[in-house]
Design a protein around this ligand. Structure first.
Ligand code: NAD
Length: 488
């Protein structure tokens, strides 16, 4: 059976090397946020029974998979990468239709997925341990790495190709098998990625996908006694539940969650560069990146000039269906997300922030049939306001005026999150203060807050993460356990 029933536009679960329907016989629709009445595809509304089958097949397959050498496992990832690369336009189009980001962005993300697979294929041939001098002259002591076993992967809709791949590729290369539960909004995109793994000939049971609700399949994965590690990216509310469920049964877990990321614009900054990066970091992907710029903290001397330059550029933003050429910003990914954004805008107004631009749902012509919000800018925002503290996850920027860099840093740190942060400055002392004082897992100088490179560690401080790191070589820390070996 293929991944897809063309007649009914329905995608299946992938369990033990086969595409199969859920035992529930029920499906759900994945719809296009730019055209509410367009169904992209139907996916399985799975049950605990489906999940149990997937976990059991992953558990069995892991016994053989872990015995393969790293380069053999790497070859499977290389084949998957080539297949995904050959399907880049199709996968990117599905992504745009399911969650709204523009087609060029979706294509860039899909190619990033290809690059991540190739990077982790190479990991199969890199060293995994250290030789440590023993106090016994006749002994050899070293460390090696053991896979966790079955890894449960729970992913959000905002990077529906990159996040599943940056979790699955390292899990697999280090000898684990995988059961993924993607976000329902992007279940079809995920089915297409899994189809690339399947077409690469991955042994049955090494990669499994079960779609369905978070509270049944996601929570079921977190609680399953045969799932040895859980890796999650998504909201803090859900992440905490998953962490508690994993902790309760002694499973390893990794949570990557929200952000409220600042950019500081110093009075010596290149203002045009800062404006470009603030708009790109804050509003690209409709502000729906965990690393999106949300708070813009500007030194008073350049505040007015920066504000005018920013507003001039924001006004040029074209909003519409991400499949259309010339569109820079797509819709919010679903109705719930649009309602959340609009409710934060109302809260901002009620709290006394000044709305400089935007603030409304867009509902005419090109945007009438989707979940579109205007790019929105507030000023006169103080740090205690809800819009300065909570993650909005939409196209909303708040401007805050400060006198000094010390004040800027104190404001930048005055939130519960610590994912990413930027500063625009030409002054080396400002740069060093920022590097030393900023409580964030990713600090960027003269670059937007939303840039992530696949070969470098990624993750947050404070409430943004469970304090582990993903991507780059750092991934080995989560997906393996260290084994210390003593040979006499
Ligand atoms: P979400 O937490 O609603 O959903 C994430 C995943 O969890 C989905 O697959 C969902 O079905 C599942 N889920 C929902 N309820 C569950 C439950 N009770 N038990 C187990 N799983 C459950 O998040 P979202 O709306 O899809 O994504 C947006 C959030 O993701 C934002 O907060 C954003 O900051 C965060 N995010 C973080 C990063 C990062 O790396 N730090 C990256 C991207 C997105």
């Amino acid at each position: 059976m293929s991944s897809f029933d063309r007649i009914n536009n329905t995608y299946f679960n992938y369990i033990n090397g086969e595409w199969i329907a859920s035992e529930s016989n029920k499906t759900e629709a994945s719809t296009n946020p730019a055209k509410m009445d367009e169904v992209v595809g139907y996916f399985q509304k799975s049950t605990q029974g489906d999940l149990n089958k997937a976990v059991s097949s992953a558990k069995q397959a892991q016994q053989q998979w872990k015995k393969l050498t790293g380069n053999v496992r790497g070859d499977f990832l290389l084949k998957t990468a080539s297949i995904l690369e050959s399907r880049v336009d199709e996968v990117a189009e599905t992504m745009t239709k399911e969650m709204g980001k523009t087609f060029p962005e979706a294509k860039g993300e899909t190619l990033r997925g290809v690059a991540i697979l190739r990077y982790y294929a190479g990991e199969g041939l890199r060293s995994v341990g250290d030789v440590i001098p023993s106090t016994d002259s006749e002994a050899l002591m070293f460390t090696t790495r053991a896979p966790l076993g079955v890894v449960g992967v729970i992913t959000p809709w905002n990077f529906p190709v990159a996040i599943p791949i940056w979790k699955m590729a390292p899990a697999l290369i280090y000898g684990n098998t995988v059961v993924i539960k993607p976000a329902s909004e992007t279940a079809v995109t995920c089915a297409k990625i899994i189809d690339c793994f399947a077409s690469a000939g991955m042994p049955a049971g090494t990669v499994n996908m079960v779609t369905g609700s978070g509270s049944v399949i996601g929570q079921g994965l977190a609680e399953h006694p045969d799932v040895n590690g859980i890796t999650f990216t998504g909201s803090n509310t859900v992440g905490k539940k998953i962490g508690q469920a994993a902790l309760a049964r002694g499973a390893k877990y990794q949570l990557e969650m929200g952000g409220k990321n600042p950019v500081i614009v110093a009075e010596d900054a290149d203002l045009d560069l800062a404006v470009e990066a603030t708009i790109s970091g804050g509003l690209r992907s409709t502000g729906q990146k965990c690393t999106a710029t949300s708070r813009v903290i500007i030194q008073s001397k350049v505040y007015e000039v920066f504000k005018e330059k920013l507003l001039a550029k924001v006004k040029e933003i074209t909003v519409g269906d991400g499949m259309q050429e010339g569109i820079w910003m797509g819709p919010c990914a679903n109705k719930n997300q649009l309602d959340t954004v609009l409710s934060y805008i109302e809260k901002g107004k009620l709290e006394g922030a000044a709305l400089l631009y935007g603030g409304n749902r867009l509902q005419d012509g090109n945007t009438g049939s989707g979940y579109f919000a205007e790019p929105t800018v507030f000023e006169n925002v103080n740090t205690n306001m809800v819009i300065a503290q909570e993650e909005i996850f939409g196209p909303v920027l708040v401007l805050m005026k400060v006198e000094s860099i010390e004040e800027a840093l104190s404001l930048a740190n005055d939130v519960e999150y610590g994912l990413s942060a930027s500063i625009f400055t030409t002054n080396i002392s400002n740069m060093l203060s920022f590097i030393n004082e900023m409580d964030a897992g990713l600090v960027r100088i003269n670059a937007e807050s939303a840039g992530v490179e696949l070969q470098a560690p990624f993750g947050g401080m404070k409430q943004s993460s469970s304090h582990s790191r993903e991507q780059g070589r750092a991934a080995i820390e989560f997906y393996t356990s260290i084994k210390t070996v003593f040979v006499k």
